[in-house]
Design a protein around this ligand. Sequence first.
Ligand code: NDP
Length: 500
Amino acid sequence: MTTTSETATAAATFEVRNPGTGDVVGTYPVQTESDAAAAVERARTAFEWWSGLGYAARAERLARFAGVLTRRTNQLAAVVHDETGKPHSDGALEVGLSLGHLAWAGKNARKVLGRKRAGVGLLTFNQAASVEYKPLGVVGVIGPWNYPVFTPLGSIVYALAAGNAVVFKPSEFSPGVGRWLVDMFGEVVPEHPVLQLLTGDGSTGAALCRSGVDKIAFTGSTATAKRVMAVCAESLTPMVAECGGKDVLLVDEDADVDAAVGAALWAGMANAGQSCIGTERVYVHGHVYDEFLEKLVAQAKVVRAGTDSGARIGPITMPKQVDVIRRHIQDAVARGGRALTGGADEISGQLVQPTVLVDVPEDAPAVTDETFGPTLTVAKVADMDEAIERANAGRYGLSAAVYSKSRGRELADRLRTGMVGVNAVFNFPQIPSLPFGGVADSGFGRIHGPDGLREFTFAHAMARQRFAPLMALTTFDRTAETDTKVAKVMTMLYGRRHWD
Ligand code: NDP
C-alpha cells in the first residue's frame, strides 16, 4: 500500500496494484474513526428501515442482488483479477459460488429466525414459551483479499438476511471489489445505505471495531483476529473470528489414489495456495504413498504459475507473503526436507511455482504454520490412526479432507476441525445449509447455514402466562404448604437415583 498525504488537509489515500503487472488499478481513501462513526450512524437509520421490511421483502432484494451478480459476473471477475491477480475464471467461479448463499439466506431466514414455540415443563405448563432471533443492528464486516467476493459475502449476506445493516471494510488489497459489491447492492436497495463501504488499512478496520457496531464479523489471520478482539473487548463488542488454517488431506490405503492426487493438487495449489481451507499437509498410508507421490509430483509439474492467460495459477497477492513461503520452504529443506518439484529457487518476484515437499519434520513451520502459498508437505504414515494423531496435533482446526473408500465417515468424525470433506475437497462451502468456521487458532463463530444466520442475531425469549399457576411460587404469599408440595414435585421429577 502507498499512503500519500499531499497536503496537511487532504485525506490520505492508498493505491492498489495488480500483483501480476504492478499496474495501479485504483486509488482509495484511508478512512478514519470519524468516517467509521458517520457510516455507523447512517447505518442505524438504514437498519430501522431494513429490519422493518420483514423477511420476504429482504429475501426479494437479496434475490435481485443475486440476479445482478449473475448477469455481471464477468465484470466483477475482472475487478477480482485486477486486484488479486487470480485467473479470470477463478474469479468468476468465486462469484458463482456466492449466489447459492444469497438465495439460501434470504429464503431460510424466517424459518430459522422467526418466532417458534418452545417446550414447557410440569411446573410451567400454564406458560406459553417462544423464542425469536432478532437482528443485532449494525454489523461491521472486515474481510480478506484472497476470496474478496465469496468470503465477505458469507458474513454480509447472512447478516443482511437476518435484518442487520452492514458496514464493510474490505482488505486494502481488494477495495475495488468491495466498492463494486456495495454499489451493486445500492442499485437493488436504493432507499437507504443498508450496505456501506469503508476503505483503508488496518487502522480503518480498528476504527470500525471502535465505532459502536453491534458485532464484528472478522475474516483474516489469527494474529490480526487477536488484535481485533482486544479492541472489541474495550466496548464488549462481540465478534466472529474466521481465521487461518493448516488443513490436512488424509489418504487411506483403499482410497481412489487418482482422485486424491487431483484433490490435493487443486486444494493445495489453486488460487496460488491462498485459500483458508486449502490443503497444506497430506498424510498418506504407506501402502499407497509411492504411487500417490509419483502421480502428485508429475501433475504438479504441469500446473504453472504465471500472469499470462495460459497460467493455471496467478501470483501471490501480498508481496510480503512471498517471504513467508520462501522461509517455510528453505527451513524445511535445511531440516532435511526435499522439494520434489518447485522449491525456493522457483520463486520469481510474486510468482511461486507449485512445490511438493517430503521428509519435512513435524515441528517445521512448513508443517505447523499457515504457509498460504502453492506448497504441500507430504508424509507417509503407518496407519490412519497415526494420520489422525498428526492431523489433530496442529494448533489450527479449520477444515480437512479424507480420501477413503470404506472408512471415510469414521476418519472424518475423528478430525478436530470445523468442517471436513469426505472423498472431495472444497465441497462444504458450496452447501449453504452447512455452517462454515473453525476451532482453536482457526477462530470461533460460524457463517453460512442456520448457525450463520443466528450469528448475527440475539435470542429473544418470551414466556406468556396463559392462566394462573396451581402453585404460586414467585410471590411473598407463598406458604409452607406450597414449599412442601414443590419439594415433593422436585423429588418426583429429579430425585430418583437411577444409578443406584
Ligand atoms: P489479515 O489478518 O492481514 O487482514 C484481514 C483484514 O483485517 C483486512 O481487511 C485487514 O485490513 C484488516 N485488519 C488488519 N489489521 C487490523 C486491525 N488492527 N484491526 C481491524 N482490522 C484489521 O488477513 P489477510 O487479508 O492477509 O487474509 C489472509 C488470512 O485470512 C489467512 O490467514 C486466511 O487463512 C484467512 N482467511 C480465513 C478464512 C476463513 O473463513 N476462516 C477465509 C479467508 C481467509 P488491511 O488488509 O487493509 O490491512
